[in-house]
Design a protein around this ligand. Sequence first.
Ligand code: 5AD
Ligand code: FES
Length: 347
Amino acid sequence: MQLKNNKHYDDKTLKRWIEDDSLTDELNKKADAIRKEIYGDKVYVRGLIEFSNICKNDCYYCGIRKSNDRVERYRLTKEEIISCARLGYQLGYRTFVLQGGEDGHFSDDIVVDIVKSIKEIHDDVAITLSLGERSYESYKRLFEAGADRYLLRQETSDKDHYEKLHPESMSFENRRKALRDLKEIGFQVGGGFMVGSPYQTTESLIKDLRFLEELEPAMIGIGPYMTQHDTPFKDFPNGSFEMTLRLVSILRILFPYALIPATTALGTINPLGRERGLQAGANVLMPNLSPTMVREKYSLYDNKICTGDEAAECRACLELRIKNAGYEIVTDRGDVITYDKETRRYS
Ligand code: 5AD
Ligand code: FES
């Protein structure tokens, strides 16, 4: 089975969908219908554990970039990560997303040990890693240790644009290679990009859609670009909420089977952003399971939501909000629909 839609949408159509604010409702409805046909009203939840905000990279848009000396840095211990997972398990989470900056402390041995330990304690959970770029061999070891999925947004599929968002030390080609490596190894792979990042054009967004059509990821995460006051991009405005909603719908239309989160950035730019994201075709939520003490320090952008309803502990509030939006939270691993548990492969 193919993860993408067999139908080809030409650049002209995509351009109109991306740019025309009057199409938001129509696209949202079309996408919601496609999602309903495949995944029904189900919304999958993932407990997000932001285990380190230490990063060797210096992405110009990111609040935890290496050069930002105003961030208080933290790193959770293995025991702390495991205790987040235990709490999450009690709350009904069956996927844990371990996300962090590119922190050299987390060697293959250390991550392998954490993945194996969580899987030993909870044998029915899926583990998603989001640790940035690593070598093929490293990814392979992590997969063999039991990690199921890997999130690595391509950020942009336009080389010139990539070079405007990142310093010279980072490579457009490496990023794409990493995504292809992950897919080849067998991970359920998640790509994605920001909407409205500085210097982005409609053409670069179309390139993102084309790259994803080629990659056929199981998951696609997008959110609006959000200003962070301590970055070189502090004077650029936030991305557009409406355009992000249209892009969520476009993704659902292009990738009917994909797992698409209504992201934290979407929930930050608008108080009903995540509900609107679900209504636009998204089917995943990733509430924060990190210890409350460190949440504010994972400040990728300004005003990132991280307390109250956002907290994974508030499972009941979340369930109610989602129910009111017309959807139902389910407790299971929530693999992509074409995934085979025996072979750990998806088609
Ligand atoms: N605004 C929105 N999203 C951001 N990310 C990083 N910085 C920002 C920002 N300022 C996104 C990137 C990254 C993901 C973890 O968060 O796309 O891949
Ligand atoms: Fe590394 Fe943002 S620059 S996580």
